[in-house]
Design a binder for this molecule. Structure first.
Ligand SMILES: Nc1ncnc2c1ncn2[C@@H]1O[C@H](COP(=O)(O)OP(=O)(O)OP(=O)(O)O)[C@@H](O)[C@H]1O
Ligand SMILES: [Mg+2]
Length: 158
């Protein structure tokens, strides 16, 4: 049986490529289309590069996941015990970088994946969890409905 979970230690620049490749294989196994697969691979590259560049070392864990409604996808968890991020909201903004780079990595992952959460404790480390689902339409619909109900609630408060 093919593995449904892969864990890659990120300790040098070649590990970034290994994680990207392993993620591509799992994405295919999960049934993601070619565009979705490339979104996952690019996201893994960005998260692994962040581990290497900002934390020195850490792990990327990738798994095939399924929801009760039958939707399948891939979950990517990037974990390190590096210096952490003081302001995670700032780190999620386009163009923010503490190393003079583009600052497009984290916001890019947020756009490319179906779901993403970043948590970090300064001095302890950083965890990013991101998911890409085969069937993204229900999620898009749900976020649209949430936005609509927020707008309605806001206009009701005015
Ligand atoms: N794993 C991490 N550990 C510590 N800090 C991090 C980590 N990942 C991101 N950061 C911080 O968040 C900032 C934004 O990350 P992001 O990936 O968006 O940009 P970048 O890595 O600086 O540049 P780019 O990815 O465009 O080359 C980084 O500059 C860094 O300060
Ligand atoms: Mg980056």
């Amino acid at each position: 049986m093919k593995p449904v979970k892969r864990e890659i230690l990120i300790a040098n620049v070649y590990d970034v490529a290994s994680a990207r490749q392993a993620g591509g294989q799992l994405a295919e196994q999960a049934g993601l289309n070619i565009t979705q697969k490339h979104c996952v691979m690019t996201s893994i590259s960005e998260l692994a590069a962040n581990i290497f560049n900002h934390a020195g070392r850490g792990n990327i864990t990738m798994s095939i996941v399924s929801r009760p409604d039958g939707n399948k996808g891939i979950e990517v968890v990037a974990l390190d015990r590096g210096p952490g991020i003081v302001d995670t909201n700032l780190a999620m903004q386009d163009g923010y970088s503490t190393t003079g780079s583009l600052g497009g990595g984290l916001p890019g992952v947020n756009r490319l994946m179906s779901e993403m959460e970043l948590s970090s404790t300064p001095g302890k480390g950083t965890v990013v969890r991101a998911l890409k689902w085969v069937d993204e339409l229900p999620l898009l619909l749900q976020s649209h409905l949430n936005e609509r109900s927020n707008q309605t609630a806001q206009s009701g408060n005015e």
